[in-house]
Ligand binder design. Structure first.
Ligand SMILES: Nc1ncnc2c1ncn2[C@@H]1O[C@H](COP(=O)(O)OP(=O)(O)OP(=O)(O)O)[C@@H](O)[C@H]1O
Length: 769
């Protein structure tokens, strides 16, 4: 008799993992079931011979794996795959109720020939719900053939059910079941008419096992990453017992690969909004920390664009393991630069905030009577040309290549140079500085420091490891690079000075800099070519994610249209696209509401918010209102509070405390990197988005016009893709040209919503716009 035909033998410690589908099963059945499964896993690990578990042999899965069932509590049972003589166990499925055992017994369990993962299909559930709907029509996937479907990753045991699926509704029904992720993703992509070759490239290849898959080797299959939770057992248990985010446990195979690859130098992950770039960055941090020798220092830096994003990163990293925080420095790139400068003997003064820095440009252009140059143009020219290229003299600036910037004549350059000199003189006189200048100074200081580090290392090499105390008599210091590894999120918005500083904070070598970003979401910075700053991320060191985990397909469809036709860079000399970008989540179509005037728009938004709170139970804190500028934020807040008594809180520079149950209101800029259940994208009227001031460039400066419009599109794109379940777009007057051409005709009328004698109506429907 084989080892498996009975209770798994042996007394060795049992490794128990919960696979993705079992995890989803437990989650769907609620906290009590999740807790029972947690408890079962713990008891199994402690002693798999524990009789209370009623562990019983069900059948052989194949040559080297057996299926067992076990009881988690009086209602709930699990299906287990046992391999390696019972030392390895995987929970594959969870069922509850009187028929739990029968339901588990009839599940089809197989090894996916593409991914090599262990997958489960509930044939009777599928046939009860899908086959019953069969009509006399051509099956939806008939044109592909079984061979193609299996080659693309569809689980083979689903094929006969798929042959009977003839409508989108039937497919939707099928997909409500807990199907393997790869199958689900492939079917949705094919239904969306993605070409099978593209499906292979964007989906199947990402799941493909690194080795040839033997569909009878259960011991091997059970150990593959796609069959396992990412965290070690304790974390899995901990997570299963509480409410949790799946990303802590299961990465998509491509996310896993990127987070755990050892790169020869720097590496980059790009991908549209919600594809898990931040998640990968966090797992990357864990991968790097896990490989550090023991110690008390913080040799890993995790940085991002601003303070509220840094706070968010810290919170999310904490969820991956409290211990990580002891080895990782987490701060915004400007806070880091400021620390570097403060540490030096440079006396630079207090930084102006962004608005004050802009006001200073206004002052300087008025004083110099060069009013034809706008403050934001001057600010960008200063940051993205003069500081980026370290133009120390007029002669240098006169000749510098201004790639990607609107064209200007030499005479205009001369004016700009004069304005910049006046701006700097004014700052000096007031003993103030700006964040851009601080970053520039920090970059210089760090480059100098790194040069000394390298020099000391060379000296040490040449002199057989002699201590440098004598040589560095002035400082008496033995310098080390600041960090061993740097991980950067929201990389698209960092400036050239930031990159120069970061490059100089870590020695060139394996896994030195890892960055996550998306040029489609660039709203602050200007294009930076990383290789010009010594960061090589071309070829195999650049990876792209394409599956969105945040936003429904319906919302994504509308958001993608915002940036269609624009071209975007890859943070280096190449270009990036959103090819293959998709979501497997489904939900409501975005809603469009137009109003005759601004006040009606604001009142309609308040009404919709109240309705979602009162009728659907959505927390106020899960809803956010995006506006184009600070003044609109104030206006909306006033109406919400004074007329509707809605609790509101402004999304400021440092974010919002998550425990305050109030509607978030903020400019679209503030939405970067965040997510909300319901997003109200307001004021999207012509003249407001994009702002009418850009029209002046249409004829006078076509380059500038194009750039401003692209940035405005990216801004709306960022705000729209923050929505998880629902996106509501509102405007007053005429719809923005960024919205679909028929938006004004097809949108709901806000006035209908506000009729005093009727309750709000139609607000949970959707339009075709
Ligand atoms: N493998 C995964 N499993 C489950 N959820 C995931 C996974 N990866 C990401 N998510 C979820 O998807 C959402 C988006 O992830 P994340 O914030 O990392 O995306 P992003 O690419 O950084 O987005 P953006 O560019 O819009 O800031 C989050 O809610 C995250 O928890």
């Amino acid at each position: 008799m084989r080892h498996g035909a009975g209770r798994p033998a042996g007394r060795g410690r049992t490794r128990v993992q919960v696979n993705r589908q079992a995890h989803a099963d437990a989650e769907r059945r609620g906290p009590a079931v999740a807790e029972a499964v947690t408890d079962l896993v713990q008891r199994l690990r402690a002693d798999r011979n524990n009789r209370a578990l009623r562990l019983s042999f069900l059948r052989e899965a194949g040559d080297n794996g057996d299926l067992h069932v076990a009881r988690a509590d009086s209602h709930c049972m699990v299906l287990l795959l046992s391999t390696d003589g019972g030392d390895e166990m995987r929970v594959l499925a969870v069922r509850d109720g009187a028929r739990a055992r029968d339901e588990l017994a009839r599940l089809t369990v197989e090894i996916n020939p593409v991914s090599g993962g262990v997958e489960v299909v509930d044939q009777s559930e599928v046939s009860a719900n899908v086959v019953a709907l069969t009509e006399r029509a051509t099956p939806l996937f008939a044109r592909y053939g079984h061979r193609t479907l299996v080659d693309l990753g569809v689980v083979p045991s689903l094929l006969s059910a798929l042959d009977k699926v003839t409508t989108d509704e039937q497919l939707d029904e099928l997909l409500t079941h807990n199907l393997p992720e790869l199958t689900r993703d492939v079917l949705l992509a094919l239904r969306d008419r993605m070409d099978p070759e593209d499906v292979r490239r964007h989906i199947t290849d990402q799941w493909r096992a690194d080795e040839e898959v033997n569909t009878d080797d259960w011991a091997r299959a059970a150990k593959r990453a796609v069959s396992q939770a990412e965290t070690d057992d304790d974390a899995v248990l901990d997570a299963l017992g509480r409410s949790f985010d799946a990303w802590r446990l299961f990465l998509h195979p491509e996310q896993h690969r990127i987070a755990s690859t050892n790169f020869k130098g720097s590496a980059k992950v790009t991908g549209g909004p919600g594809t898990g770039k931040t998640v990968v960055a966090l797992h990357r941090v864990r991968h790097l920390v896990d490989r550090l020798p023991p110690g008390h220092t913080r040799p890993v830096l995790l940085t991002t664009y601003n303070t509220n994003l840094a706070l968010d990163l810290k919170e999310r990293l904490r969820q991956l393991g409290e211990d990580l925080l002891r080895r990782v420095d987490i701060k915004s790139v400007d806070a880091l630069a400021r620390e570097v400068v403060q540490e030096s003997s440079l006396n630079v003064g207090l930084p102006l905030d962004d608005d004050a820095a802009m006001d200073l440009w206004h002052t300087v252009r008025t004083e110099t009577d060069l009013l034809q140059y706008e403050a934001d143009f001057l600010d960008a020219e200063f940051k993205h040309v003069i500081l980026a290229h370290r133009c120390g003299s007029w002669d240098f600036y006169r000749r510098v290549t201004r790639a990607g910037r609107p064209r200007i004549s030499t005479g205009q350059r001369h004016d700009v140079w004069q304005l910049v000199q006046a701006y700097r003189a004014q700052l000096d006189a007031e003993r103030r500085t700006t964040y851009a200048l601080i970053a520039d100074q920090a970059a210089g200081l760090e480059q100098h420091r790194m040069a000394r580090v390298e020099e000391q290392a060379r000296y040490k090499d040449e002199h057989g490891g002699l201590d440098l105390v004598h040589r560095e008599a002035g400082s008496g210091m033995w310098l080390k690079p600041r960090y061993q590894h740097i991980v950067v999120d929201e990389a698209q918005d960092l400036s050239a000075s930031h990159w120069r500083m970061l490059r100089a904070m870590v020695r060139k070598g394996p896994n030195d800099i890892f960055l996550a970003g998306d040029a489609h979401q660039r709203i602050y910075g200007s294009r930076v070519v990383l290789s010009h700053h010594g960061i090589e991320i071309r070829g195999r060191a650049s990876r792209r994610l394409t599956l969105n985990y945040r936003t429904t397909r319906q919302i994504l469809g509308s958001a993608n249209r915002l940036i269609e036709g624009e071209s975007f860079d890859d943070l280096d000399t190449g270009s990036d696209t959103l090819d293959g970008y998709r979501s497997v989540l489904t939900g409501l179509a975005p809603q469009f509401w137009r109003a005759p005037d601004r006040r009606t728009e604001m009142r309609a938004v308040a009404t919709l918010i109240r309705e979602r709170h009162d009728t659907y139970g959505t927390l106020y804190s899960a809803m956010a209102v995006a506006v184009p500028d600070g003044a609109s934020a104030q206006e909306f807040a006033n109406v919400f509070v004074s007329e509707f008594r809605l609790p509101v809180v402004e999304l400021g520079k440092d974010g919002v405390r998550s425990d305050i149950d109030a509607v978030r209101i903020g400019t679209m800029y503030r939405f970067k990197g965040l997510e909300f259940q319901r997003v109200f994208l307001t004021s999207v009227g012509e003249g407001q988005v994009p702002h009418q001031r850009i029209e002046q460039y249409k004829l006078a400066n076509a380059d500038r016009y194009r750039q401003e419009e692209q940035r405005a599109r990216s801004l709306v794109f960022v705000a729209a893709t923050r929505a998880r379940d629902e996106l509501i777009v509102t405007w007053s007057g005429k719809a923005s040209r960024f919205l679909p051409p028929n938006a004004d005709e097809t949108a709901y009328r806000s006035t209908d919503l506000l009729r005093p004698d009727e309750p709000p109506s139609g607000s949970s429907g959707s339009t075709a716009a």
